[in-house]
Design a protein around this ligand. Structure first.
Ligand code: UD1
Ligand code: UDP
Length: 380
């Protein structure tokens, strides 16, 4: 039985890897060795618990205020030792984090084939998202199997010279995770959120964490939210805030004392998807949230100048607005008060997946390792 090692370390990787691990286990043709780096801790454990995933190996690398280089070196060191003992037939890495990049490079150095999930997304700007655009491109150089979520990402890979036979278009496994979770009856642990849900008040859901937005850009986001809270007393702004102290120091001071702003710890995935489905507007710089919200027909304003996820912009559900304070205030005002504008963005579209990405992923890996054949691709 071939052994396969999913390696992940952050919240979004855990969410997007969970359906794959469950599908690998269900297939019974692989020995699945789940390995976490612990690049995140609470935010990672929270997801694994929900999806019933118990890691076989945990490198436990997190240090408060960790540098990118320390994530890289501590992961590579840990995997060096682990690969020498466990000798997996292939590894799976997901996306564009430093855990994924370190995992892919360490495996490549050991001659272990790398399966790259969510391959081929490109913003075209090496500095945004930083360092993720570079990370994802580096993994593409050494992967044996590239699992592209969409035709656009497949096209990007082909343009860079990746062989067509090494790419499979699967859809994004985040939609598998979302569909498996969003309709479950899950209560909010924070009673304020239960009250808001019962009140039927309009919710503006906000998440922010991007490295390139930390500092003045994120302070501007905080100021914009404070102004919106004052101007719209009937609106409730909910901000499940990332664990990163740099994010909290930048965004929270302006929101102190605002009665219609609810700041929470990172929400468990089921609570977050419920909140997403209850929201009126989503304001975010997150990659995963940009993929999930369009499936639920929520208008998404993305606080970035570019994106490696153009599909939902083309569908009209997502708009790029950057982090300028005036612009954020203006765009939210428009969505709240111009019904035509709101309706034109509030379309449920599924450019990122149909809920079968993890089965396609497992079938593609089975073919790579000579124990199965690929499924039909995701057509979008
Ligand atoms: C990382 C990824 C980013 C991804 C994001 C998802 C890289 C370079 N960045 O960025 O691509 O979008 O995760 O959230 O891989 N912290 C905790 N507990 C946690 C998680 C984080 O205390 O469970 C704090 C620590 O102080 C840590 C800081 O947050 O130093 C930043 O975490 P880190 O993983 O370095 O970067 P992210 O901004 O989370
Ligand atoms: N998410 C969550 N709880 C929260 C905020 C986000 O479970 O409080 C989920 C969200 O549904 C999405 C993922 O976390 O699937 C996105 O993670 P993040 O924004 O940290 O990273 P990115 O996607 O930008 O890499």
């Amino acid at each position: 039985m071939p052994s396969i090692m999913p390696i992940f370390g952050t919240r979004p990787e855990a969410i997007k890897m969970a359906p794959i691990i469950n599908a690998l286990d269900a297939s019974t043709i692989f020995d699945c060795i789940v390995t976490v780096t612990g690049q995140h801790r609470d935010m990672l454990d929270q997801v694994n618990e929900i999806f019933g995933i118990v890691p076989d190996h945990d490198l436990n690398i997190l240090r408060q205020g960790q540098s990118l280089s320390s994530i890289m070196t501590r992961t590579m060191d840990g995997l060096d030792t682990l690969f020498s003992k466990a000798k997996p037939d292939a590894v799976i890495v997901q996306g564009d984090t430093t855990t994924s990049t370190a995992g892919a490079i360490a495996a490549f150095y050991h001659g272990i084939p790398v399966v790259h999930v969510e391959a081929g997304l490109r913003s075209g700007d090496l500095m945004s998202p930083f360092p993720e655009e570079a990370n994802r491109k580096m993994i593409s150089q050494i992967a044996s199997l590239h699992l592209a979520p969409t035709r656009t990402s497949q096209t990007n890979l082909l343009a860079e010279g990746v062989r067509p036979e090494d790419i499979v278009v699967t859809g994004n496994t985040v939609i598998d995770a979302l569909l498996a979770t969003v309709n479950k009856p899950i209560a909010f642990a924070d009673l304020h959120l239960e009250e808001v849900a019962a009140s039927g008040r309009k919710i503006l859901l906000v998440t922010t964490h991007r490295r390139e937005n930390q500092g003045e850009a994120m302070r501007a986001v905080g100021r914009a939210l404070a102004r919106i809270a004052d101007a719209e007393p009937d609106l409730v702004i909910v901000l499940p805030v990332h664990k990163n102290p740099a994010v909290r120091e930048a965004v929270l001071p302006a929101l102190k004392g605002k009665l219609n702003v609810i700041v929470t710890e990172p929400l468990a995935y089921g609570e977050f998807t419920r909140l997403l489905s209850l929201s009126h507007i989503v304001l975010t710089d997150s990659g995963g949230v940009q993929e999930e919200a369009p499936s639920l027909g929520k208008p998404v304003l993305v606080m970035r100048d570019n994106t490696e996820r153009p599909e939902a912009i083309e569908a009209g559900t997502v708009a790029l607005i950057g982090t300028d304070e005036e612009r954020i205030v203006k765009e939210i005002d428009l969505l709240l008060h111009d019904q035509y504008h709101y309706d034109s963005m509030a379309n449920a579209v599924n450019p990122y997946g149909d809920g079968k990405a993890s089965n396609r992923t497992v079938a593609a890996i089975a073919q790579l390792l000579g124990v199965g054949i690929r499924d039909d691709e995701f057509t979008g």
